[in-house]
Design a binder for this molecule. Sequence first.
Ligand SMILES: C[S@@+](CC[C@H](N)C(=O)[O-])C[C@H]1O[C@@H](n2cnc3c(N)ncnc32)[C@H](O)[C@@H]1O
Length: 324
Amino acid sequence: MAAREPRGVDASDEAVRGTCDDASICKRFAVNIGYWVDPYIQHFVRQAKERKAPEISRGYYARVRAVNQLLDAFLERTECNCQVISLGAGLDTTFWRLKDESRLPKKYFEVDFPIIVSRKIHSIKSKPPLSKPIMDTHSGQSLLIDSHSLDSCRYCIIGADLRNLPDLEEKLRKFNLDTQLPTVLVAECVLVYMSQEQSANLIKWASCKFHTAMLINYEQVNMNDRFGQIMVENLQRRQCHLAGVEVCQSLESQRGRLLSNGWENATALDMMKVYSSLPQNDVGRIEKLEFLDEKELLEQLLLHYCISWATKDGQNLGLAEISF
Ligand SMILES: C[S@@+](CC[C@H](N)C(=O)[O-])C[C@H]1O[C@@H](n2cnc3c(N)ncnc32)[C@H](O)[C@@H]1O
C-alpha cells in the first residue's frame, strides 16, 4: 500500500490544483471583455461570478501575449518540426489556437495532476468544438482515451506529478515523446508551487533530455519586498503555499536557476518591461477597453511577475536570438 502523504501536503496540493480554475476564470473574464480572442476557453470554465479588476485583466493580457510570442517564435524557428510540452497546463487552450492558425507542432503534450486532466478530458469528450480539432488531426489507430490520459496523433494529455520525474518520463515516452525533436517546454505559473530543489530537477531533466530545446517560464519575481510578502500571505490564507518562492527573489535568481541547470542561454524580464515591449498598437487597443484607476497597482503587479526563457541549440536554429 502506498504511504499516505501528511495532511498538510494534501491540503497544499489541493490548493495548488485550485489555481487552475483561478487562472482560467480570469482568462475567460478578460476574453469576454475583448483583451484577446479565445473561442475555446468558454468550454472549459464558467463565467466569473464577480468582475475582475482591470489591472488583473491587463496582467493576464501581458502574460498570455508574452508566452504566446515566445512559443510562436520557437514554432517559426523550427518550422513546426518540433514538440510542445505544456507543464502544469491546467485548462489552457493553446493547442486549439495553434490548430486554428495552422501552426501545430508534430505533437502537443500537456501534463497536469490526474484530477485536473480527468476534468479536462471530460470537457473535451462532451464538447464537439474541443474534440473535433483533435479528431481532425488524428489518423490511424483509434484514439487512446481513459480517465487520466488522452493520446492522439497531434495532441496528448497526461496525468502526472511534475515532481516525480521517472513517472513523468515513462508516461511521456509511452505516448511517443521524441527526444531527438526540437522541444519547447512551457511552465506558466507552475514552478513556484514546487520546492527549489524539485523545480531545479525538472529544469535539469529538460535540459538533459533534449539537445535542441527552449524552456519558457512565467511566474513571480521581486518577492522579497512588501508587495511580494503580501502576495505570499494572501495565497497562504487560502492554504496555497508558494514552495518555490525563494527562486522568485530577483531576475538574476530566475536566470541563475536556468543557467545552473544545464541551459546554454537564459534571459529574464519583468512584466513591466515586457508590457512596454509588446506591440503597442494592440496595447493601445486594450487600454481603451476599461478605465484603469489604479495605474500604480498595475505597475506593482507587473513588477512582481516575470518571464524567463532558456535555450539549448544543438541544431543551430538561432534559438538564442528569440526575444521580444
Ligand atoms: C496557476 S495554474 C496555471 C495553469 C496554466 N498553466 C495557465 O497558465 O493557465 C497551475 C497549474 O499547475 C499545476 N501543477 C502545479 N504543480 C504541479 C505538479 N507538481 N504536477 C502537475 N501539475 C502541477 C496545477 O494543477 C495547475 O493546473
